[in-house]
Design a protein around this ligand. Structure first.
Ligand code: PMP
Length: 911
């Protein structure tokens, strides 16, 4: 097992698939300064010749001093040389002590305060510590208040003055013991309720349980979010709104004081369950948004109003990344707690810190909040050295950051259709791209708000050798977070790369923008092991969306061959077949179904429907391979997603074309109560039967020998049942090993005529009539299978066809593509990917449309086909003037149904 497949199988399966789909599945073997060395795409490590990639991701903001900064590596090396103990818990740890002192002094230089520092390993670790500390602080404050009240109550009881009325204040005239008892009740109630934490709209504070609750969205599906502490989000950042946002939480509590003469007076306190307000002074993961100074000041006021702690999460924006040590520094607002991580470890160590202003620190907190890897000297010594670098690089960061920002702003001005804006400060920048609206549904699906940034990242990586990725919860914003070592020449390269991508987007040159997706993937693809149940809401689009309130039906179809991609996305016309194949291979299982086209179709009887074609993005070959490998679950999931889309579009009928019915067990896996579901296969069988009935009726006894391929399948089985009574003999032919299952079909229809089975296609030789309806994505019938003496009629019902193209050239063979229907009148809708002559549709699509004409007719093709269903489908077509089309090579002939004969025969069979 190589690294790729081990990663996909054992580490991060979902991420591996996404990286593969977006061609970001690259491996970096070394990093120095602003550059990473990428393993060559062919995996050739031996030559030592890697590609140098300029890294603007910088460990999601951790590598402010580049990769493996020599000064930091030197500290790490010294730690190892000196064999300093890594695990010396429960002892004095000089490295941790020094780091804490330096952090307190550095922050204190701006705020004037002194801090107690709690070290941890990750950003979320520091956030959790802050949540815990604020909870304890809040509880202790209420506890102190409660104690004070109790003491006073004991005193007035001792002095027998509890009945003395308050001389002033809101409780004037009420006995002071009664007022104190009420206050105690209220305080006790508040102590028993869980504290509330506040964070801003679009905040990102990490993904552990409490931190995840403070984080807004964070691209976490609802069912993966585990609720943490009670929480309020501030959506409105205007200062007045912030200050008063939580006024409803404030509880008025009476208080009593005794004056020098022992006379009670009352007042009112406002207590609140709010324990802490969190903010990132510059939000990183939400797409880089600076929180205005006025909002930060309002947050300070809000926290004070609730006696809560104000927490500045400087995990990403602090440590000098924005040009000042604290990103909050220019605002002049001072918080109670500060959080650091990321750059604190200098890109080498995993370390984080919670700073709590000394006067708020809860004394026992540190005894009870422990973590095995916190306070280690190795990380602490590296972090202390990183702190020196941070202080030394502030001016450089300001200068190079301003240069970079200016250049990116120029790009945004040049391409306003592609770039929304450039945001941020210092070396924490974000470029927000505008979501394009390509013409085709396929590209709208590929270039959605979730994937746009990753697609841009791929283009920039493969074309410009620059590494970027989107911010976590705003994936249309590309983060630009280089190190402080960035050179002006690199700034030019970065600007040129963004300029190229923005130009491609503006011009709508998607074929070039997505070129890297059409490069062959290395390593195999791993399917999802657990396929989640559908979880989308089903907002049915309003009827106004439908022209003339015509009923809507949806037809789902997979891609029969990779080149169908081009017809579904004309933007990719220039792509070769190989590129289409590579792109579909990369994106296997990652694309959602999408709408391709809509058409209005009318019936001869005056009915009308609107048919929406929905593509289910797998190819016939991918479906075949997945089914053979026992990986059908993702195919089924894809189809069910397509059904969800159809239902949300308001379709009353859902037709399952091509492999979409095969992978859903002849549509049985699609369980719907509000829509009719059809595989459309009854009409396919009816068309073929119509043709064969005529042919068999005209033929002599010796000619009525039929070979039927694919009798285990849904269409094949019903064809065998229908055709058997009209022939002298029939052989059911399948793959090697299929004889037993074929025999079951033969037993069912036996007795009508001679029926035999064979698991070798050689059995077709000398059969004047051959019918084939397999699910194979490759041709199964080759010229040599038909090289008997006489003439042969081959009726191929499969899509893609079962018969090798060379067979069409054989003079003794008439090849009829069955299952085609001519629309009534002059209607020639175009369905991308369906290459039939104008006005001709596949029967499965036609059956879907026909059901739309008749809202109460049940689906004839749900689950196993029956002769009765075939008859019903035929009748439907007759009623609406849809006729079978006989296509021999490119020659199309249309004729009415063989109504009388067919009805009689079918009725005889059913009866
Ligand atoms: N806070 C902020 C502002 C962050 O940007 C991040 C990480 N992106 C975190 C907290 C969480 O840090 P970690 O991923 O190390 O838990």
């Amino acid at each position: 097992m190589n690294d790729d497949s081990a990663f996909a199988r054992h580490t991060r399966p979902e991420l591996a698939r996404l990286l593969r789909a977006m061609h970001l599945d690259v491996t970096y073997r070394a990093g120095r300064g602003d550059h990473l060395t990428r393993e060559r795409p062919d995996g050739d490590e031996g030559s030592g010749a890697g590609e140098h990639i300029l890294d603007l991701v910088g460990g999601a903001g951790s590598s402010l001093f580049g990769h493996n900064h020599p000064a930091l590596v030197e500290v790490a090396r010294r730690c190892l040389d000196e064999e300093i103990p890594f695990n010396a818990q429960g002892s004095i740890r000089p490295g941790a002590a020094e780091l804490a002192r330096r952090l307190s002094e550095t922050v204190g230089a701006t705020t004037g305060a002194s801090y107690v520092v709690t070290l941890g390993s990750t950003g979320a670790d520091a956030v959790e510590a802050a949540v815990k500390h604020a909870t304890v602080e809040h509880r202790r404050r209420l506890g102190a208040l409660q104690e004070e009240c109790e003491r006073l109550l004991r005193r007035v009881r001792r002095d027998a003055t509890g009945d003395v009325a308050c001389a002033s204040g809101p409780a004037v005239g009420r006995p002071c013991a009664e007022v104190l008892a009420e206050a105690l009740d209220l305080i006790d109630g508040l102590r028993r309720t869980d504290p509330v934490f506040v964070s801003l709209r679009d905040a990102f504070h990490g993904k552990t349980t409490a931190a995840g609750t403070l984080t807004h969205g964070g691209n976490v599906p609802e069912d993966l979010h585990v609720p943490g502490p009670r929480h309020r989000r501030l959506h409105d950042w205007t200062p007045d709104a912030v200050v008063t946002a939580l006024d409803a939480e404030r509880i008025p509590v009476p208080s009593v004081t005794l004056d020098a003469a022992g006379v009670p007076h009352s007042a009112v306190l406002h207590l609140s369950p709010v324990a802490a307000c969190f903010a990132e002074p510059v939000q990183g993961e939400s797409g880089v948004h600076e929180v205005p100074a006025e909002t930060l000041a309002a947050l300070r006021e809000l926290a004070d109003r609730h006696a809560a702690a104000l927490v500045f999460d400087e995990i990403q924006c602090g440590m000098g990344r924005t040009g000042t040590f604290l990103a909050s520094e220019p605002s002049g607002v001072v918080a109670d707690y500060y959080l650091f991580s990321k750059s604190l470890g200098g890109g080498l160590a995993k370390v984080s810190a919670l700073l709590v202003a000394e006067d708020r620190y809860v004394p026992e907190f540190g005894r009870h909040h422990t973590s095995t890897f916190a306070d280690d000297d190795f990380s602490s010594r590296i972090a202390t050295a990183a702190l020196d670098l941070a202080l030394a690089h502030r001016d450089r960061i300001t200068e190079v950051g301003a240069l970079l920002r200016d250049r990116l702003v120029e790009v945004a001005r040049r391409w306003p259709r592609a770039v929304v804006e450039v945001r941020g400060r210092g070396l924490l920048l974000g470029v927000e791209f505008r979501l394009p609206r390509p013409a085709s549904g396929l590209l709208r699906e590929v270039l959605d708000s979730e994937s746009l940034g990753y697609l841009i990242a791929g283009r920039i990586l493969h074309t410009h050798r620059i590494r970027v990725i989107p911010t976590l919860s705003a994936p249309a914003t590309v983060r630009v977070q280089p190190s402080a070592l960035l050179e002006p020449a690199d700034v030019d390269r970065v600007a040129a790369a963004f300029d190229e991508v923005a130009g491609l987007l503006s011009r709508g040159d998607y074929a070039t923008l997505m070129e890297h997706l059409a490069m062959p993937a290395r390593g195999g693809w791993q399917p999802r092991r657990h396929v989640p149940a559908p979880r989308r809401d089903r907002p049915v689009r309003p009827a106004a969306d439908r022209p003339d309130d015509v009923p809507r039906v949806a037809f789902l179809a997979n891609l029969d061959v990779p080149s169908t991609l081009r017809s579904m996305a004309p933007e990719l016309t220039g792509w070769t077949d190989e590129q289409c194949t590579a792109a579909l291979d990369r994106m296997q299982g990652e694309l959602d179904p999408f709408e391709v086209v809509r058409h209005r179709i009318t019936s001869e009887a005056g009915a009308a429907v609107e048919v929406v074609m929905v593509a289910v993005p797998f190819t016939a070959a991918q479906a075949d391979a997945a089914l053979r490998a026992g990986q059908g679950a993702w195919l089924r999931r894809s189809v069910l997603d397509g059904v969800e889309l159809a239902v949300s579009l308001g379709a009353g009928v859902v037709g399952l074309g091509g492999h979409t019915s095969i992978v859903t067990n002849a549509a049985r896996d699609v369980v719907e109560d509000g829509v009719r579901v059809t595989s459309g296969n009854s009409l396919t069988a009816a068309c073929a039967y119509d043709l064969l009935r005529l042919k068999l009726a005209e033929s002599g006894a010796d000619e009525r020998r039929v070979g039927l391929v694919g009798a285990i399948g849904n269409i094949g089985a019903v064809m065998a049942e229908l055709v058997a009574p009209h022939c002298e003999s029939m052989v059911l032919v399948g793959r090697p090993g299929s004889a037993r299952r074929l025999a079951t079909v033969a037993d069912r229809i036996g007795g009508v005529s001679e029926v035999s089975v064979a698991d070798d296609l050689e059995a077709l030789r000398d059969r004047p009539i051959v019918v084939t309806a397999t699910n194979s994505s490759d041709p199964v019938i080759l010229p040599h299978h038909l090289d008997g003496d006489g003439k042969v009629l081959v009726c191929d019902l499969a899509v893609p066809g079962d018969v090798h193209p060379a067979v069409a050239g054989l003079s003794h063979v008439t090849l009829v593509s069955g299952g085609r229907i001519q629309l009534p009148g002059v209607q020639t809708p175009r369905f991308p990917g369906i290459t039939l002559p104008p006005g001709i549709l596949y029967s499965c699509l036609a059956e879907t449309i026909l059901l739309g004409f008749e809202p109460t007719t049940p689906s004839p093709s749900y689950g196993g086909l029956t002769s009765a269903g075939v008859l019903a489908a035929r009748d439907l077509a007759v009623r609406h003037g849809f006729h079978p089309a006989r296509i021999v090579s490119d020659d199309v002939s249309v004729r009415p149904w063989v109504v009388d004969q067919l009805s009689t025969v079918l009725e005889e069979n059913i009866g």
